[in-house]
Design a protein around this ligand. Structure first.
Ligand SMILES: *Cc1c(COP(=O)(O)O)cnc(C)c1O
Length: 290
């Protein structure tokens, strides 16, 4: 369905000194709507749904969710129906924001639920109810992370990436993407995650998906938590975009590059380190949230 994609993704060098080189793998350029890591998280799930004879994908998200946007667009592209269970029943009575309007236009059936109901999204009983309400659906969790997503994210890295880079870095939300990178990596490589959320729980979440140890995670650049930002982060983002012509957003990718460049400045990396940063896309939410 989407094989050999990783070989076609463009690279761009954003920092180079005598000691350190930082390249970006531009997953944001894969497709305007299905951009970034979400595409890799979906692809093995789509194969599985097809194998099970299911033509409808059901998943969960908030009103600005990149996962909802990507799922709607990818379902349209690959011939699935899609249902989005969206947090916030009040949204049913308001004009749709750009994320939801685009998802609906792509054919996603939006189903708004209260925050209390949404909280049950990972409970078996609630999921059984949903499957009765929307029969023959293939269920994907919020954020898209499951075992098949981790498997799909392994394909972000090509053989070239395994041979050429010492450090591979990515922004982290649920950790599914980072887990895929870790699983694919070679033992001498280090996988470095920049968390978009605050807290140690992610460490444990990622350990669920991998037994390897060649990785680390920092929340030092999360600016206080999910979707939070600071004047400094936003100023950095503008400057970076202007300098490199690479669009970022403040929830994930800006935090990663902000952290990476600070680490470089602080001589955090050993001399002769080649770093590959994964640009995980997510730009659909940019207009709506900045
Ligand atoms: C969803 C998302 C992430 C986080 O991916 P996880 O697999 O949940 O860690 C990172 N960057 C962008 C742009 C995203 O949309």
């Amino acid at each position: 369905m989407f094989d050999h994609l990783a070989e076609k993704i463009p690279y761009q060098t954003v920092f180079k000194s005598a000691d350190i080189q930082l390249d970006v793998k531009r997953l944001d350029l894969i497709h305007t709507e299905i951009s970034g890591n979400k595409f890799f998280k979906l692809k093995e799930n789509f194969k599985q749904a097809k194998q099970q004879g299911l033509q409808q994908i059901l998943t969960f998200g908030g009103a600005y969710s990149n996962h909802i946007a990507a799922t709607a667009a990818a379902c349209q592209r690959f011939g699935f129906k899609s249902i989005g269970i969206i947090r916030g029943e009040e949204l049913a009575h308001q004009p749709l924001n750009p994320t939801l309007a685009t998802a609906q236009k792509a054919g996603m059936q939006l189903h708004f639920v209260s925050r209390d109901t949404y909280r049950q999204r990972n409970e078996t009983e609630y999921q059984q109810n949903l499957l009765q309400q929307f029969p023959n659906s293939y269920l994907i969790p919020e954020g898209g992370t499951n075992a098949l997503a981790v498997l799909g994210c392994q394909d972000i890295l090509s053989d070239h990436d395994l041979e050429q880079y010492d450090v591979i870095s990515a922004a982290v939300g649920t950790g599914g993407t980072l887990a895929g990178l870790i699983e694919k990596s070679r033992p001498q490589q280090h996988i470095l995650g920049f968390s978009a959320v605050k807290g140690d729980f992610l460490q444990h979440d990622i350990q669920q998906w991998t037994t390897k140890k060649n990785w680390s995670l920092t929340d030092a650049f999360c600016c206080g938590g999910y979707a939070k930002s600071s004047a400094e982060l936003l100023a950095f983002m503008q400057c970076f975009e202007k300098m490199h012509q690479i669009p970022l957003e403040h929830i994930y990718t800006a935090k990663m590059f902000y952290g990476l460049l600070q680490f470089i400045e602080q001589s955090y990396f050993k001399p002769n380190t080649r770093i590959l940063a994964i640009h995980s896309g997510g730009l659909q939410g940019r207009l709506a949230t900045v």
